[in-house]
Design a protein around this ligand. Structure first.
Ligand SMILES: [Zn+2]
Length: 119
Protein backbone atom coordinates (compact mmCIF):
# COMPACT_ATOMS: atom_id res chain seq x y z
CA UNK A 1 0.00 0.00 0.00
CA UNK A 2 1.81 3.09 -1.23
CA UNK A 3 -0.57 5.91 -0.27
CA UNK A 4 -2.48 4.84 2.81
CA UNK A 5 -2.92 8.27 4.34
CA UNK A 6 -6.69 8.19 3.89
CA UNK A 7 -8.50 8.74 7.17
CA UNK A 8 -11.89 7.36 6.23
CA UNK A 9 -12.70 3.75 5.46
CA UNK A 10 -12.72 2.70 1.82
CA UNK A 11 -15.29 0.61 0.01
CA UNK A 12 -14.00 -2.59 -1.58
CA UNK A 13 -17.11 -4.11 -3.07
CA UNK A 14 -19.13 -5.34 -0.09
CA UNK A 15 -16.03 -5.32 2.10
CA UNK A 16 -14.73 -2.40 4.15
CA UNK A 17 -11.17 -1.54 5.03
CA UNK A 18 -10.59 -0.22 8.55
CA UNK A 19 -8.19 2.57 9.53
CA UNK A 20 -5.44 -0.05 10.07
CA UNK A 21 -5.75 -0.92 6.39
CA UNK A 22 -7.22 -4.36 7.12
CA UNK A 23 -10.37 -5.84 5.65
CA UNK A 24 -12.98 -5.32 8.36
CA UNK A 25 -14.75 -8.36 9.80
CA UNK A 26 -18.46 -8.61 9.29
CA UNK A 27 -20.85 -9.57 12.09
CA UNK A 28 -24.58 -9.91 12.56
CA UNK A 29 -26.15 -8.32 15.61
CA UNK A 30 -28.64 -10.38 17.61
CA UNK A 31 -29.77 -7.79 20.14
CA UNK A 32 -33.50 -6.99 20.51
CA UNK A 33 -33.11 -3.57 18.86
CA UNK A 34 -30.81 -4.73 16.04
CA UNK A 35 -31.68 -8.38 15.41
CA UNK A 36 -30.14 -9.56 12.16
CA UNK A 37 -28.54 -6.18 11.40
CA UNK A 38 -25.04 -6.57 9.98
CA UNK A 39 -22.05 -4.45 10.91
CA UNK A 40 -18.34 -4.11 10.16
CA UNK A 41 -15.60 -3.99 12.75
CA UNK A 42 -11.79 -3.70 12.75
CA UNK A 43 -10.31 -7.24 12.98
CA UNK A 44 -8.13 -6.02 15.85
CA UNK A 45 -10.86 -3.98 17.55
CA UNK A 46 -10.50 -5.79 20.90
CA UNK A 47 -6.69 -5.66 20.92
CA UNK A 48 -4.68 -2.70 19.65
CA UNK A 49 -6.53 -2.04 16.41
CA UNK A 50 -8.38 1.09 15.40
CA UNK A 51 -11.89 1.85 16.62
CA UNK A 52 -13.49 1.31 13.20
CA UNK A 53 -17.07 0.08 13.58
CA UNK A 54 -19.90 0.71 11.13
CA UNK A 55 -23.39 -0.60 10.43
CA UNK A 56 -23.78 -2.29 7.06
CA UNK A 57 -27.60 -2.44 7.09
CA UNK A 58 -30.12 0.31 7.64
CA UNK A 59 -31.90 0.45 10.97
CA UNK A 60 -34.74 -2.08 11.18
CA UNK A 61 -38.24 -1.41 12.37
CA UNK A 62 -38.55 -2.42 16.07
CA UNK A 63 -41.13 -5.07 15.17
CA UNK A 64 -38.89 -6.79 12.61
CA UNK A 65 -35.83 -6.51 14.83
CA UNK A 66 -37.62 -8.06 17.82
CA UNK A 67 -39.02 -10.82 15.60
CA UNK A 68 -35.54 -11.75 14.34
CA UNK A 69 -34.16 -11.59 17.88
CA UNK A 70 -36.84 -14.00 19.15
CA UNK A 71 -36.29 -16.37 16.22
CA UNK A 72 -32.60 -16.47 17.07
CA UNK A 73 -33.39 -17.38 20.70
CA UNK A 74 -35.75 -20.15 19.51
CA UNK A 75 -33.18 -21.55 17.06
CA UNK A 76 -30.47 -21.51 19.74
CA UNK A 77 -32.75 -23.37 22.18
CA UNK A 78 -33.64 -25.97 19.54
CA UNK A 79 -29.98 -26.45 18.67
CA UNK A 80 -29.14 -27.01 22.34
CA UNK A 81 -31.97 -29.52 22.67
CA UNK A 82 -30.85 -31.31 19.49
CA UNK A 83 -27.27 -31.52 20.78
CA UNK A 84 -28.52 -32.90 24.09
CA UNK A 85 -30.52 -35.61 22.31
CA UNK A 86 -27.61 -36.33 19.98
CA UNK A 87 -25.36 -36.89 22.97
CA UNK A 88 -27.97 -39.18 24.56
CA UNK A 89 -28.21 -41.16 21.31
CA UNK A 90 -24.42 -41.41 21.09
CA UNK A 91 -24.23 -42.57 24.71
CA UNK A 92 -26.90 -45.21 24.16
CA UNK A 93 -25.40 -46.47 20.93
CA UNK A 94 -22.02 -46.61 22.63
CA UNK A 95 -23.38 -48.51 25.58
CA UNK A 96 -23.86 -52.27 25.15
CA UNK A 97 -26.93 -52.08 27.39
CA UNK A 98 -28.48 -49.54 25.02
CA UNK A 99 -32.13 -50.07 24.40
CA UNK A 100 -32.76 -49.91 20.64
CA UNK A 101 -36.32 -48.66 21.08
CA UNK A 102 -35.12 -45.66 23.07
CA UNK A 103 -32.46 -44.98 20.48
CA UNK A 104 -34.88 -44.85 17.57
CA UNK A 105 -37.33 -42.72 19.58
CA UNK A 106 -34.56 -40.26 20.36
CA UNK A 107 -33.29 -40.32 16.78
CA UNK A 108 -36.81 -39.44 15.66
CA UNK A 109 -36.86 -36.51 18.11
CA UNK A 110 -33.52 -35.32 16.76
CA UNK A 111 -34.78 -35.49 13.15
CA UNK A 112 -37.92 -33.59 14.13
CA UNK A 113 -35.82 -30.91 15.78
CA UNK A 114 -33.59 -30.70 12.72
CA UNK A 115 -36.66 -30.29 10.53
CA UNK A 116 -37.85 -27.45 12.81
CA UNK A 117 -34.45 -25.79 12.50
CA UNK A 118 -34.64 -25.88 8.71
CA UNK A 119 -38.05 -24.16 8.64
ZN1 LIG B 1 -8.44 -1.38 12.28
Amino acid sequence: MAESSSISSRDVGDARVCYCGLVANQFTATTPMNGGRRFYKCPRYESNGCRYWEWRDEELSPHVSMFIHKQKITVDALRQERNKFRKMVDDMVGSKAGNLNNVSALEEKVSNLELKLKQ
